[in-house]
Design a protein around this ligand. Structure first.
Ligand SMILES: [Zn+2]
Length: 321
């Protein structure tokens, strides 16, 4: 029997209990950030898992999966504990903001682990790390394509160079069950990378997109978290048997060099070759002003579907070996 209460911010769950409330922070300009959090504490000792969603507020299947898991996981079935933040960026959800936190225009997944005296979004990242991720032993961050992105499901983990840690992150990715796994070596300020850099097995999982709350993607996330909890002994049982995944070593982002109208020439999931035409760009008169060719071979993992592109905006990403 565990007798250890688990606390996240001002929320405490005794062994065998579920507790819920908000992580709060005064972030300046008279704004108080309120981040929902649910602590599900088991009755026996075991690992502490952190699960987040809604780092990007329009990636709905992950948010929905987190809400359902926060209600359905039964403390009496759990060894250890699970802390779930179903919606990190509440303001982005409310305002249907793409990529960034509308309170300051910053992408939370570029500033982790945050800064308690930084910008609003940096303070939110710090709130999350100090109260939830920092105390966890494992971390899952659920995403999907944003409001203007299509994607095929995939899982990212950050390869730190510490083989034992990287093997556990990969095992977490495999247990989640999405059949495309990308082990990156680039830290972009994402919460999963920051958690891995702190020594925690961590994954970012992607399913769904384009602002649609669809049930298959929601189920993919729910099954993934449950399988991961089984893999590491939090829930009883073994993860369901899964086909061997495809592994990639790099997540090659392609961004626009100019303001333009964007015409993708590929579909999401398509396997492209190096040099293959990926997209064309025109000005507002329809005159062609550029094109994009693939620097690598591999599948198109996500694809921006809006034609309205600004200089520096992402266009798509390709998984590369
Ligand atoms: Zn996202």
């Amino acid at each position: 029997m565990s007798t250890k209460p688990i606390t996240a911010g001002e929320i405490t769950a005794s062994p065998g209990e579920r507790a819920r409330g908000f992580l709060t922070a005064e972030v300046g300009r008279g704004i108080t950030v309120r981040m929902p959090v649910v602590v599900i504490n088991g009755q026996e000792d075991g690992p502490l898992f952190a699960v987040t969603a809604g780092v990007h507020g329009a990636e709905y299947p992950g948010i929905e999966a987190a809400i359902r898991l926060s209600r359905d996981l039964d403390p009496s079935d759990i060894r250890g504990a699970v802390i779930i933040v179903p919606l990190v960026s509440v303001a982005a959800f409310q305002r249907r903001a793409v990529y960034v936190n509308p309170l300051d225009g910053i992408n939370l997944n570029r500033v982790c682990p945050g800064n308690p005296s930084g910008t609003i979004t940096e303070m939110m990242a710090a709130l999350l790390f100090q109260n939830v991720i920092g105390q966890a032993e494992y971390y899952i961050d659920m995403h999907g394509g944003d409001m203007i992105e299509a994607l095929i499901p995939f899982t990212l983990y950050y390869r730190t160079g510490n083989q034992a840690l990287d093997d556990r992150s990969r095992a977490l990715a495999e247990a989640y069950g999405i059949p495309i796994i990308v082990g990156t070596t680039v830290l972009r300020g994402g919460s999963y990378g920051a958690a891995a850099a702190m020594g925690k097995p961590a994954v970012l999982t992607e399913a769904g997109g384009q602002g649609i709350l669809d049930e298959p993607s929601t189920q993919m996330h729910i099954r993934g978290v449950r399988n991961a909890l089984k893999q590491f002994g939090v829930l009883e049982g073994s993860p369901e048997p899964l086909p061997a995944p495809d592994y990639y070593d790099r997540f090659v982002w392609l961004a626009s060099e100019q303001d333009c109208v964007y015409y993708p020439k590929v579909v999401v999931g398509q396997r492209v070759k190096g040099g293959e035409l990926l997209a064309e760009f025109t000005d507002l008169f329809g005159e062609k002003i550029g094109e994009l060719r693939s620097p690598v071979d591999g599948p198109v993992l996500f694809l921006v579907t809006s034609p309205a592109i600004n200089k520096g905006d992402p266009l798509m990403a390709i998984g590369a070996k």
